[in-house]
Design a protein around this ligand. Structure first.
Ligand SMILES: [Zn+2]
Length: 475
């Protein structure tokens, strides 16, 4: 940890309003600029978090609080002799990437509400939760001393959400030598024994296939509030997953969704948190950072997250086929995939990647990316007589890029896939047609499924919706 540390005291508003007050002492006097992140990892678009900042003031050497001037939309100027600043943040949104105050809960994603000094990103951080009763339960991957959290530097802080609540359900399990924690907030929680057993299964399976895990511990932070939400966000050593209203996690559908999101988010601990596109290495929170590799970050993770549910026995072949049908339905019914490649759609998430956007304009890094990952997986298995798969390539990428945090380029990614498939150009046609190009995938999908012993068909419904059916082939 750096000797120079930023000390921030966080308090909820006395009135009970969902407002978070921060009071920060920096290790040096101004003048310098303070930056609020403009985006958060896991959501590759501008977040415009400064819209929730209610006030921003610095303490003058005369002991007077003075409004700070902005030098940019998300930047403020600390004046000479100032070292202390305070601000207030509107904390009333609850999703897997937000900051929220509810009676009995403080849930914070530092990346949307904490300032940093762009020229001193190595400063450590101490977050003091000043008004939280000592008997509340704190869940976070950050090290702590009582109700104070410690981050070694800015990147560590911004990638470590926490929640502290009057009451949290907590469970612990071990998989592949890693200490896993499940924390859950909410009136209802899923069937606990089954929930832990399923987590244990997919965690052990993923670790076995990657041959090692990046950390000694990992935390699943679940929020089951009494409002509509369904969301997951990956972090360095943790994830936040929300599902609400909380009664949903008592239904089979809600339970299946949770396990699906959880397996996806854990896969991100390798793919994107460590095997990371060069444009995001390290994260530059001061501006948009477009990358063409969203289809690796989210597409491969979507495909692999589901595949590991099947591999580890959380779902059966029928369950995997139903998930694939849903994915392929979204794929074939999106004409945007034939207009803009998934690489170009990756780049453009920063414009409108998380909205429907102009009809027929773009593909989805999740859906089209997962379809491409499946085609690559089958191709590698075909080329190697089943000796290797896409996971073999991902394991190699973890060894060659992820462990040392070397930013990944498209050339690196495809070269490792080709290498694993045993030929320099074994996957070039897939890259040209379905990553960089917009060719229709249907024929390739049908034949790849057939090679897997599955029959893929489609039919048109009234209203023009294409339905997809995936079933084991009849011998
Ligand atoms: Zn994801």
């Amino acid at each position: 940890m750096s000797d120079q540390r930023v000390c921030i005291t966080l308090k909820r508003d006395n009135s009970g309003a969902p407002i978070l007050h921060a009071d920060a002492v920096f290790p040096q006097n101004g003048p310098f600029e303070l930056q609020l992140p403009t985006w958060r990892p896991g959501r590759y678009e501008l977040g415009q978090f400064a819209q929730y900042i209610l006030r921003m003031e610095g303490l003058t050497d005369e002991g007077v609080w003075k409004s700070l001037q902005k030098t940019d939309l998300h930047r403020w100027q600390m004046e000479a002799d100032m070292s202390r600043v305070r601000w207030s943040f509107q904390a009333d949104m609850l999703n897997a990437g937000s900051t929220c105050i509810e009676p009995g809960l403080l849930y914070v994603n530092p990346v949307n509400c904490i300032l940093y000094q762009p020229d001193n990103v190595g400063w450590g951080y101490d977050l003091i939760l000043a008004d939280i009763p000592e008997d509340w339960t704190l869940a976070s991957a950050l090290p702590r001393t009582n109700m104070t959290l410690h981050a070694r530097d800015m990147q560590h802080l911004m990638d470590a959400p926490f929640m502290v609540a009057e009451s949290l359900w907590h469970a612990q399990y071990e998989a592949g030598g890693v200490d896993f924690h499940i924390w859950a907030y909410g009136k209802n929680t899923p069937n606990q024994a089954q929930f832990i057993a399923d987590h244990q299964r997919f965690s052990a399976s993923q670790i076995a296939h990657f041959k090692s895990f990046p950390a000694a511990f990992y935390h699943f932070l679940y929020l089951f509030p009494e409002r509509e939400t369904r969301h997951g966000v990956e972090h360095e050593d943790s994830t936040v997953i929300t599902l609400g209203p909380s009664s949903k996690c008592l239904t089979q559908e809600g339970y299946d969704e949770l396990i699906g999101i959880a397996s996806h988010e854990l896969y991100h601990a390798w793919n994107v948190k460590r095997i990371r596109p060069a444009e995001w290495t390290p994260y530059d929170f001061s501006q948009a950072c477009p990358s063409p590799l969203g289809y690796v970050a989210e597409g491969v993770t979507t495909y692999m997250g589901d595949l590991f549910l099947y591999e580890s026995g959380c779902i059966d072949l029928n369950g995997w086929c139903r998930k694939m049908e849903q994915l392929l339905m979204r794929h074939v019914n999106n004409p945007g995939r034939l207009n803009m490649s998934v690489a170009a759609s990756s780049y453009d998430t920063w414009l409108d990647g998380y909205k429907l956007g102009a009809p027929g304009r773009k593909g989805s890094i999740y859906v089209e990316g997962a379809v491409l990952a499946f085609l690559c997986d089958v191709r590698i298995m075909q080329q190697t007589n089943g000796e290797a798969s896409l996971q073999t390539a991902m394991q190699l990428l973890w060894e060659q890029f992820g462990k040392d945090r070397i930013g990944l380029t498209a050339a690196d990614y495809w070269s490792v896939l080709n290498e694993v498939a045993g030929g320099q150009d074994a996957l070039n046609d897939l890259r040209e047609k379905h990553a960089d190009g917009c060719d229709d995938t249907w024929e390739a999908l049908v034949s790849s499924m057939e090679w897997q012993g599955l029959q893929l068909t489609q039919s048109q419904e009234d209203g023009g919706v294409i339905r997809v059916q995936l079933v084991p082939k009849v011998a």
